[in-house]
Ligand binder design. Sequence first.
Ligand SMILES: Nc1ncnc2c1ncn2[C@@H]1O[C@H](COP(=O)(O)OP(=O)(O)OP(=O)(O)O)[C@@H](O)[C@H]1O
Ligand SMILES: [Mg+2]
Length: 423
Amino acid sequence: MLDPRDLHRQPDHRIFAGLDIGTSKIGVVIGQLSEDDKLCILGVGMSPSKGLRQGVVINLDQAVQSIDRAVQEAQLTAGVKVQDFVVGIAGDHIRSINSRGVVAVAGKDKEIDQSDVDRVLEAARAINLPPDRELLHVLPQEFIVDNQGGIKNPIGISGVRLEAEVHIVTGAVTSANNILRSVSKAGYHVSQLVLEPIASHYAVLDENEKELGVALIDLGGGTTDIALFHEGVIRNTAVIGLGSQNVTNDIALGLRTPIEQAEMIKCRYGSCLAPESRDDDTFMVPGIGGREPREVSRTLLTSIIQPRMEEIFSLAAKEIKRSEYGEKLGAGIVLTGGGALLKNAAELAEEIFGVPVKVGAPHVLQGLIESASSPVFSTGVGLVLYGIEHENDEQLRVAGRKGGFLKTFFNSLRSVAEDFFQG
Ligand SMILES: Nc1ncnc2c1ncn2[C@@H]1O[C@H](COP(=O)(O)OP(=O)(O)OP(=O)(O)O)[C@@H](O)[C@H]1O
Ligand SMILES: [Mg+2]
């Protein structure tokens, strides 16, 4: 096995870093690609997420400090300094739609070439965006040549009419700006801004699942992010503004105990399903403001947790059903994010979704395997993998800031399309 300490001493090191600005924690993952293109996790860092609410920056100074703390910790474990980060974005300001573009084939002898593909992708992303929203991703799904659908790579095919179906993700300009500003104020650079569930899927899903049809549900602290895949490509994304912190708040209110205690009780005794009678023991709950501690049964705790988890899963089920691909989940549902660690989360989800559900964590094979293999780090590891896959992309949002938007936009589309064709 590779030893991370040897790896980064190699002269031609290729370091990639992901910065997951979550609502509960800021997670940083630093990885390195070996000569045979294997990812080794060199460092991870985590700090409580201060100054953010539901993925949106509400206090810049606190957000900057939290980011810096997590980055410092990851750099210390990795023994390398990192400047550029692939950064995740989520929050209920995220919207996504599927769009379609159509062009006449202009290539020689009506043979489709790269410029036809560029034009049709440009036509597909030409949606009316209000000034307060901006494009984050334009992801090709399939091409249609003279009504023949399901084509992944149309280049070289002859036809008159070329259509493209794409999945478009947009975000609020102010939210994206605040994330860029926080990272930059902490002294780092954002190389790409990536929708979190798009990043997470790189760490958690395998090709077979994506081909058969799968919904990835990232149950975080403040948001629940959904990404739907079918026939190997992303079909839909959605963000719900509820997460596992809502469960903690319910426990704090229901048991009249401070948030920190409620969080501990959730992780230690919490479950989404009523305990078997033999497990129905009790635990002590400290009171607020000098009140006496009380004895509480697990059954009572479950009666607080279960309705909130049911609500979150039901909202996710509604989002999934809205998509035509909701009926095509051959590989079921993969739950990830810290909220997926709650006992019996997959079992309750199975009852609500009516399809097989499993908890997914990053497939980390080398380096800090134990630290990075938790569902809490799915987005962080996914951001590193996204950075590797899209190393040469100038992502839309960041490219736009540097000027030369249109040129880089086309480069970006082309590179996304090339990626898609290879997949
Ligand atoms: N062992 C555990 N059991 C139950 N819940 C857990 C456990 N570990 C973490 N959690 C919960 O997971 C949540 C944090 O998950 P995660 O780190 O994925 O969120 P985040 O990425 O910060 O948030 P978001 O994705 O919403 O921005 C917290 O609410 C925490 O209570
Ligand atoms: Mg998260």
